[in-house]
Write a protein that binds this ligand. Structure first.
Ligand SMILES: *[C@@H]1O[C@H](CO)[C@@H](O)[C@H](O)[C@H]1NC(C)=O
Ligand SMILES: *[C@@H]1O[C@H](CO)[C@@H](O)[C@H](O)[C@H]1NC(C)=O
Ligand SMILES: *[C@@H]1O[C@H](CO)[C@@H](O)[C@H](O)[C@H]1NC(C)=O
Ligand SMILES: *[C@@H]1O[C@H](CO)[C@@H](O)[C@H](O)[C@H]1NC(C)=O
Ligand SMILES: *[C@@H]1O[C@H](CO)[C@@H](O)[C@H](O)[C@H]1NC(C)=O
Ligand SMILES: *[C@@H]1O[C@H](CO)[C@@H](O)[C@H](O)[C@H]1NC(C)=O
Ligand SMILES: *[C@@H]1O[C@H](CO)[C@@H](O)[C@H](O)[C@H]1NC(C)=O
Ligand SMILES: *[C@@H]1O[C@H](CO)[C@@H](O)[C@H](O)[C@H]1NC(C)=O
Length: 828
């Protein structure tokens, strides 16, 4: 034994020799461990470690596991849990197999080492159980196939994973240590500091016998100490080990030899257990009683999946698919739903608390969290698994979609424990008596009141004021014509006149300022009108104007919207230059472009019924006090079934010239792509501050959008941009992006135009934008291309003529207006 091998081989061989020296007893092929016999065991030479069947910790009586133990604490486990009939056998083929019974031939688990030359097994005093060949070479070992624990002298490299239930722990090539749930959600990701990071080649993690979690790599001059056990370097025969627990936390434990089964937590990777994803199962809410995390359900709408084990999560008493259209959002204060990567990127949005609630209610989402920490973030959870956390210290508010009614938990349940049942009975009696008395009084008084006032006109007004309370809950309120007449002081203050009727400012009974739209020429019946109101009011998005209520009385059809302080976009884009106060810098314009696109995307792609707006123009883009865009008038041009455009022949063309896609005039199907066209024109106007159909000397007597494309081709971006922006801080890269996007949107062929969702991505800069081809209509010098049919032609030629007339910019306005009226006249 006293030869010295050449230097590179010295260390591994030394370990091999030491191991061999310690493991005096070989376990021959054919040996068997019996679950039924507690004396059936394979110990290490000095008895520190043992391989045997033991009762599975924290489980029902009768379940056993074949485990390698220290102090009766399992540090490695062979296969799943079994019963007392099972055996662990080192088969003559060299395979180590867990069999359900001594005579069985189909293993529950095996080491997959059959016929590779295994001649014996052995267990050393470091806790490594090995299968080796006749020249003592290790062919398989428990150190190389860890389950949930590593012990000193064992290590983890990038190819080894600790796992426990749905949780797993891994070291990555970058040296990052991660904890994952179900191989996807990363709820712990700890990296090296940047100096070490880039050079890592083959990181290896191990736990030193003294209690240090250590990372080594060929590129490090010395190993990095990542964590210290709190009993670090204390004397005694102590085993310290790193274990991924079934609760998803990674911990260092220590256990003194001989103190049967006692183990103490000395370090934990996740300090706040409630932040472990899925700790309380699906829909479970984690919180702390005194110092322990406890699991409960969000509300009485839920029940525990397993009443004996609250960690198994909660299930709904009524499934969402069993109550379509009757969903409600249950509000949970001081709670959040955990959101980690990779969910993080797709589930995080910027919006306030109410939009966070409403967007979840109307979408495919099942729960949402509004972080009230000043970040303005909202998580919309759309997966089928959510993990909650409740603590008085959490500033977030969360919402869970449930079948109405939402039934919050009674807060008392856990506090009551100490109170004697007799006292409780008395308390209940008092409560019941008081409640019955109160109820009786209310009924009597309510009856009297109704009797006195039932014929009074005031009654109606009062009832709708009560209905106003509902307005906060998102349902549309029905107003009487009289109320709205009063609220608008007899339709006095006109805010504007849209395509569907005039809009007036009003103050509702609860002092909310609102915009009241008096619809004109609506020939629909009451029922259909109500159905459309219901659709509009169920369409909630941060970038859509919210419908508060409606009025349908006789011939009167009115809609009540939230009031937007900064009126509509056209006031800012096309205001004359003297009104310098009404000027928007680039940052605001870009935000408006993006938020408008988001609102339209929601209409097209994200809400339950696809809505084509049909009249997108600056006049219909309203601005709130922070200059966020909110699209208005959606849903008024009727709900469009993408496959069915018959409605257009039923009602007149409502859209506005300049923003109408060519297919309107060509009598082709109207789809969401028609809105994309209109949006493209608006986007161009946001950049340029000029109407897309403006014709002037400066635009070479061409339509502005046409001229702009020519300038774009020449690379003259500055010529397109609003002169008021030049000289101010302007992100030229964003400007060019916006210009390119606008030309993509106004392509003549609907199929060439991007979907609205893609427009958002292009504006956000997450997508590369190809150079847009010439919008066909532009090259031909008419507002639409070749596919014009019959009756439209005369209108178009009128328009084309008016464009050909050289005129100053103010005069051209008139020409265009005349042209437009004739165009619409011909169409309708
Ligand atoms: C068993 O052997 C290991 C390794 O040699 C040693 O660290 C440990 O102290 C020994 N235990 C006893 C009780 O001798
Ligand atoms: C044992 O395995 C080692 C490594 O795989 C191999 O080099 C050696 O030849 C094997 N010995 C026998 C007797 O098969
Ligand atoms: C991990 O596995 C890959 C592929 O099996 C192998 O190329 C690599 O050498 C392994 N790394 C370590 C540290 O064992
Ligand atoms: C875990 O992931 C798998 C596949 O990704 C999925 O089928 C399964 O439902 C997930 N488990 C839970 C509890 O969500
Ligand atoms: C590694 O961890 C750090 C945090 O410690 C994190 O910022 C980084 O993104 C992680 N890297 C990877 C590849 O996950
Ligand atoms: C580690 O390096 C990678 C690429 O080399 C880098 O992306 C990452 O941000 C770095 N991580 C840290 C924590 O510096
Ligand atoms: C980063 O790691 C190096 C060792 O690789 C260490 O010397 C240095 O102090 C660490 N820096 C910080 C900020 O932790
Ligand atoms: C807190 O919960 C733990 C675990 O469920 C329990 O053992 C403990 O008694 C509870 N403490 C209190 C004060 O309720």
């Amino acid at each position: 034994m006293k030869f010295l091998p050449p230097p590179p081989l010295r260390l591994p061989l030394l370990i091999l020799l030491l191991t061999a020296a310690a493991s005096a007893v070989d376990i021959p092929l054919g040996s068997t461990l019996y679950a039924s016999d507690s004396n059936s065991r394979w110990p290490s030479p000095n008895n520190t470690f043992t391989l045997a069947f033991i009762p599975e910790p924290n489980s029902a009586a009768g379940t056993l596991i074949a485990a390698l133990t220290y102090n009766n604490i399992p540090i490695w486990t062979a296969g799943p849990s079994t019963t007392s009939s099972a055996v662990l056998r080192l088969l003559t083929s060299g395979d180590l197999a867990l069999l359900p019974s001594p005579t069985s031939t189909t293993p529950l688990w095996s080491s997959s080492t059959a016929n590779i030359g295994v001649s014996a097994a052995s267990l050393d005093d470091y806790g490594n159980f090995v299968l080796k060949n006749s020249s003592d070479a290790v062919l398989w070992s428990t150190f190389d196939h860890p389950t949930d624990t590593i012990v000193p002298t064992q290590n983890l490299n990038v190819n080894r994973t600790l796992s426990s239930g749905l949780y797993s722990f891994k070291i990555h090539q970058t040296g990052n240590l991660t904890l994952r749930w179900n191989n996807s959600i990363v709820y712990y990701n700890s990296g090296l500091n940047s100096t070490a990071n880039s050079t890592v080649r083959n990181p290896i993690l191990d736990i030193q016998a003294v209690g240090i979690l250590r990372l080594s790599d060929p590129s490090f001059s010395s190993p990095l100490d990542l964590a210290y056990s709190s009993d670090y370097a204390e004397e005694g025969n102590i085993l310290r080990f790193l274990k991924l627990d079934s609760d998803g936390n990674l911990r260092i434990y220590s256990s003194t030899l001989g103190s049967s089964g006692v183990q103490n937590i000395r370090w934990a990777a996740v300090t706040d257990q409630c932040q472990v994803y899925g700790y309380c199962g699906n829909m479970g809410i984690c919180s702390y009683n005194d110092s322990y995390p406890v699991c409960s359900c969000p509300s009485e709408n839920f029940e525990l999946v397993d009443p004996r084990d609250s960690r198994r999560g909660c299930r709904r008493r009524v499934e969402l698919q069993d109550c379509p259209g009757r969903e409600a959002m249950l509000q949970l204060e001081h709670s959040r739903f955990l959101t980690y990567s990779p969910e993080l990127s797709s589930q995080v949005f910027f919006m306030g608390t109410q939009p966070c609630r409403l967007n979840c209610l109307s979408g495919p989402c099942i729960a949402s969290t509004s972080l009230s920490d000043g970040s303005g973030l909202c998580y919309l959870k759309s997966g089928n698994f959510v993990s909650g956390y409740h603590s008085p210290a959490i500033p977030s508010t969360s919402f869970v979609k449930v079948c109405a009614p939402a039934m919050p938990n009674r807060a008392v349940s856990s506090v009551n424990n100490g109170i004697t049942s007799r006292w409780r009975l008395t308390a209940w009696l008092v409560v019941v008596v008081v409640a019955v008395t109160l109820l009786g009084l209310i009924i009597v008084e309510g009856g009297l009141w109704w009797w006195c006032f039932r014929n009074s006109p005031k009654f109606g007004a009062l009832s709708s004021q009560y209905a106003l309370l509902e307005y906060a809950s998102g349902a549309p309120v029905q107003f009487s014509y009289k109320e709205l007449h009063k609220a608008t002081k007899g339709f006095k203050e006109k805010l504007g006149a849209g395509g569907f009727g005039a809009v007036y400012k009003g103050v509702l009974a609860n002092r909310t300022v609102a915009a009241v739209k008096q619809l004109e020429g609506i020939e629909q019946g009451e029922k259909q009108f109500r159905m459309e109101v219901a659709t509009i009011s169920s369409t909630h998005h941060l970038n859509l104007v919210r419908l508060i209520g409606f009025c349908s009385e006789g011939k009167h059809r009115l809609l009540v919207y939230e009031f937007m302080k900064n009126s509509s976009l056209d006031n800012f884009l096309f205001s004359s230059e003297e009104q310098s106060g009404k000027h928007l810098n680039w940052e605001y314009r870009y935000n408006i472009a993006l938020t408008t696109a988001r609102g339209i995307t929601y209409l097209h792609e994200e809400c339950r019924d696809c809505i084509v707006h049909c009249d997108i123009k600056p006049e219909n883009i309203l601005l709130d006090e922070n200059y966020n865009a909110k699209v208005s008038d959606f849903g008024l041009a009727k709900l469009v079934n993408p496959k069915d455009h018959r409605y257009r022949t039923l009602t007149s063309v409502r859209g506005t010239r300049g923003y109408l896609a060519p297919e309107w005039i060509a009598n082709l199907p109207i789809t969401s792509k028609s809105d994309v066209y209109s949006y493209g024109m608006v986007l161009l106007e946001i950049v340029s501050g000029r109407r897309n159909f403006e014709v002037s000397e400066k635009t070479n007597h061409k339509k502005f959008s046409l001229w702009a494309y020519e300038e774009f081709e020449k690379g003259n971006f500055e010529g397109i941009v609003d002169r008021r922006l030049i000289g101010n801080e302007m992100n030229m890269e964003q400007v060019i992006r916006a210009i390119k996007v606008s030309f993509w949107c106004i392509q003549e062929q609907p199929s060439q135009r991007p979907m609205m969702g893609k427009v958002v991505q292009m504006l956000e800069g997450v997508m590369v934008i190809d150079r847009p081809p010439a919008p066909k209509a532009v090259t031909e010098g008419s507002i639409c291309g070749t596919s014009i049919t019959g009756s439209s032609i005369s209108a178009l030629s009128t328009f084309a003529t008016s464009m050909a007339v050289p005129s100053s910019s103010s005069a051209s306005g008139k020409h265009v207006d005349r042209a437009s009226s004739s165009l619409l006249h011909e169409e309708t």
